[in-house]
Design a binder for this molecule. Structure first.
Ligand SMILES: NC(=O)c1ccc[n+]([C@@H]2O[C@H](COP(=O)([O-])OP(=O)(O)OC[C@H]3O[C@@H](n4cnc5c(N)ncnc54)[C@H](OP(=O)(O)O)[C@@H]3O)[C@@H](O)[C@H]2O)c1
Length: 345
C-alpha cells in the first residue's frame, strides 16, 4: 500500500520508487454493490494534448453511475480497474493540454465527459476540451454540476431525435426526475403542450416546472386519461413504453433512453422512434447555459452529499425516487452555507 505524506499544497503517493501527486477520488476496483465505492487516494490525472484538467467543485450522480458500478455495462464498455465513477462535473480549469485553444486556466466550466474514460467523483478530472463549456454564470458549481448529463439527454431527446415543434403535445415520463425536470422546461420553452407523469407528491413540482397536464402514474393509466400526443420521452421502458406507443398520433415519435421500442408496435401506430445514448456536446451545453442564465430553466436539487459519502448518494439514486438531481460536493460553494443556495426540492 501507499504511504501518504504531505507536500506544500498537495498530498503525494509514495510508492517503493516513485512519487506521484495524489488526490482523493471515489473509485471501484471491481463491480458490485455500494460498498465497492472506495473514497481513497488516487494519482493526479495528467491531461493529454486535447484534454483539460478540471479542479472538480461538484459532480452529479446519475443512474448510469450505479449501473456502471454494478457491472451492467461491462459487456459494452471494457473498463479498466480501478475506475473513477461519475460523468457530470462543474469546476475550474486547472491545466491545459498542449493542443488546447479557446480555454484558459481559471475558466469556470461544466461538462458531461466521455463515459468510456475515468469519471469525475474526484478532486481533479481530465476531460476532452471539446466536451467542456462555460458553466452557467448564474449557478453555483453544485447546481451547474447537476445539469450536463440530464440536461443534454433531455435536449437531445426532444430536439435532435424527436424533432419537437411548437404547438405539439409531448408526454414526458418521470417528470420529477433528473432528465424529466429538464425536459419539461425545455419543451415548455420550445412552445410545446407539456404533459408529465410523476407520483402525486410531485404534482406541484412538475406543474411549477411548466407541465400543462399532470398524470399520477400510480393511480391513473395515462393512456386512459390523455388525448393522443405527438412525442413521448420514455425514461421508464417496459409496459410504460408499450402503453405510450398506443398513445401516439399517426406521425408521432417516441424516443427512449432506457429500452429499444418495439418497431412493429410503432409501425402499426403509424409512428417512429428509437432508443439513444446521450452524447457529450459543448455546443448543446452552451445553449443550455444561455437558457439557464436567461432564467428560462432552473435546476432542481434533491440532495447534496460530500464526496466521501458517495455510497449514500448511490443508495439514494437507486431508490428511483430522486426529486431532481443528487450532487456530490467536492469544494464547498462559497454560497453553500445558505440554505436557499440550491433549489431544494
Ligand atoms: N440513454 C441515455 O443516454 C440516458 C441518459 C440519461 C438517463 N438515462 C436513464 O433514464 C432513466 C431516468 O434517468 P433520470 O436521471 O431522470 O433518473 P432519476 O432522476 O433517478 O428518476 C427518478 C424519478 O423517476 C420517477 N419515476 C420512477 N418510476 C416512475 C414511473 N413508473 N413513472 C413515472 N415516473 C417514475 C420518480 O418519480 P416519483 O418519485 O414521483 O415516482 C423520480 O422522480 C434512468 O434509467 C437512466 O439510467 C439514460
Amino acid at each position: 500500500m501507499y504511504e501518504q505524506v504531505t507536500a506544500t499544497s498537495r498530498a503525494y503517493l509514495v510508492g517503493p520508487s516513485t512519487k506521484e501527486p495524489a488526490m482523493k477520488a471515489v473509485r471501484i476496483h471491481r463491480y458490485g454493490d455500494v460498498d465497492t465505492l472506495s473514497y481513497e487516494d488516487a494519482p493526479l490525472p495528467e491531461p493529454g494534448p486535447a484534454d483539460v484538467r478540471i479542479r472538480v467543485h461538484a459532480a452529479a450522480v446519475n443512474p448510469v453511475d450505479w449501473k456502471i458500478r454494478a457491472g451492467y455495462l461491462a459487456a459494452m464498455i471494457p473498463y479498466q480497474m480501478p475506475l473513477t465513477i461519475g460523468w457530470d462535473v462543474s469546476g475550474v480549469v486547472d491545466q491545459l493540454g498542449a493542443e488546447v485553444t479557446g480555454l484558459s486556466v481559471g475558466d469556470a466550466v461544466y461538462s458531461r465527459p466521455d463515459i468510456m474514460r475515468n469519471g469525475t467523483y474526484a478532486e481533479y478530472a481530465v476531460v476532452r476540451a471539446s466536451e467542456v463549456s462555460g458553466k452557467p454564470q448564474s449557478l453555483s458549481h453544485r447546481e451547474a454540476a447537476a445539469v450536463p448529463l440530464a440536461g443534454l439527454t433531455a435536449w437531445q431527446a426532444l430536439f435532435d431525435h424527436a424533432q419537437l415543434k411548437a404547438g405539439e403535445r409531448v408526454l414526458i415520463h418521470a417528470g420529477a426526475g433528473g432528465v424529466g425536470s429538464f425536459a419539461i422546461q425545455f419543451a415548455k420553452w420550445a412552445g410545446a403542450h407539456v404533459i408529465a407523469t410523476a407520483s402525486a407528491s410531485n404534482a406541484a413540482l412538475v406543474r411549477d416546472l411548466g407541465a400543462d397536464e399532470f398524470v399520477d402514474y400510480r393511480s391513473q393509466r395515462f393512456e386512459s386519461v390523455l388525448d393522443k400526443v405527438d412525442v413521448v420521452l420514455d425514461t421508464i421502458g417496459g409496459e410504460t413504453q408499450l402503453r405510450s406507443i398506443a398513445l401516439l398520433k399517426r406521425g408521432g415519435r417516441l424516443f427512449s433512453v432506457v429500452a429499444t421500442p418495439d418497431h412493429a408496435a410503432l409501425a402499426s401506430a403509424g409512428a417512429t422512434g428509437g432508443m439513444f445514448m446521450v452524447q457529450p456536446s459543448s455546443d448543446d451545453l452552451s445553449r443550455i447555459a444561455e437558457l439557464i442564465d436567461a432564467g428560462s430553466v432552473r435546476v432542481i436539487i434533491d440532495s447534496v452529499f460530500p464526496l466521501s459519502q458517495a455510497r449514500a448518494a448511490h443508495a439514494k439514486s437507486q431508490t428511483g425516487r430522486a426529486k431532481g438531481k443528487i450532487v456530490l460536493e467536492v469544494v464547498p460553494d462559497e454560497r453553500s452555507g445558505h440554505a436557499d443556495d440550491a433549489h431544494q426540492a
